[in-house]
Design a protein around this ligand. Structure first.
Ligand SMILES: [Zn+2]
Length: 319
């Protein structure tokens, strides 16, 4: 009896003394809505499947970043209903500019006007959040006057930077699929799913390690995805794999309440908020991007694993 009590006490002690369990949390975000049609389904099918997949995977709230200018394109006309359907399903929408320009190319004045044009469409819509996602994640990180002019404009408009901390590279996979499809090549869909899921998990794991090493805490991660056929087909697989690796999928509202949301890092690397903060903590920019976010690495993996092309021969040894 006494021994049993002692064991209970010991167990309680060790439970208290154990370090806090890892808190890996991540939210999902989808850009370029409504996006160009993909290779496998119509935009309406894509929206229906994506909403159903998120519901089945019990992902309560993600963000869709909208380019209202796409609604004026031939392939985007009449798709307001798909955006409304995301909101009815419990998700939220943010500003991704009107026509998706590169800040570094058009400069602050035209860029801010483009944001305002998108805001005219977005303001007052159900599900709208005052978040701005930079197209191409281009914040003009090496042009400080431009960077700071846009930061000031966002503050004036009470718009928060809708940053990301991890990249699914779906935009590149989608491009590679389009090329393979147009060339009549066979796409191994199981291998495509596995590659996509691997990039999502490794990208999130890398960013979590980086945050623990450089920031000594675990901010809520935000992963960059797009409204593509890949997500409609495989987002539930990616979510299941993240959970298997100990991740909790949280609402995007929770992600953007994290303390890192108010940071304005002074860094030449702004494509990932955690990466940017890690560089200000002293890490070189080359060390804050995972290998699975390199275009050459993803392209080669796609060619060998998904298209089953022979791997390129290793470089010949120097004479
Ligand atoms: Zn975009």
């Amino acid at each position: 009896m006494i021994r049993a009590r002692l064991l209970v006490l010991l167990a309680a002690f060790f439970a208290l003394a154990a370090p806090a369990a890892a808190q890996k949390r991540i939210a999902l975000s989808f850009d370029d809505v409504p996006r160009t049609p993909g290779a496998f389904m119509t935009p309406q099918q894509r929206t229906d499947r994506l909403i159903a997949a998120l519901r089945r995977a019990r992902v309560r709230q993600v963000a869709f970043f909208v380019n209202p200018g796409n609604l004026q394109q031939p392939w985007g006309a009449g798709r307001e209903g798909q955006i409304a359907a995301y909101v009815r399903a419990g998700h939220v929408i943010g500003n991704h500019s009107f026509s998706h320009p590169h800040l570094s190319e058009i400069g602050a004045t035209a860029f801010v006007a483009n944001i305002d044009q998108a805001a005219m469409w977005l303001n007052g819509r159900p599900g709208y959040r005052p978040w701005f996602r930079f197209p191409f994640l281009d914040e003009a990180s090496r042009d400080i006057p431009t960077r700071d002019a846009v930061r000031a404009a966002l503050r004036e408009r009470h718009l928060q930077n809708g940053y990301v901390t991890a990249d699914s590279m779906d935009w590149l996979l989608d491009q590679l699929i389009g090329q393979a499809h147009a060339a009549g090549q066979t796409i191994d869909m199981n291998a495509l799913r596995d590659l996509y899921v691997r990039i999502v998990v490794e990208s999130a794991e890398f960013s979590d390690r980086l945050a623990r090493d450089a920031l000594h805490r675990e901010p809520v991660q935000v992963i960059l995805m797009h409204e593509t056929d890949i997500e409609a087909l495989f987002v539930a697989d990616a979510v299941a794999a993240l959970r298997a690796h100990g991740w909790r999928i949280v609402p995007i509202d929770e992600a953007y309440r994290d303390p890192i949301a108010s940071a304005e890092p002074d860094s030449p690397f702004l494509s990932s908020r955690i990466g940017a903060l890690a560089t200000t903590a002293g890490l070189p920019p080359r060390d804050v991007t995972p290998v699975v976010n390199r275009m050459d690495v993803v392209t080669q993996a796609f060619n060998t694993e998904v298209l089953h092309q022979p791997a390129p021969a290793p470089a010949a040894p120097a004479p």
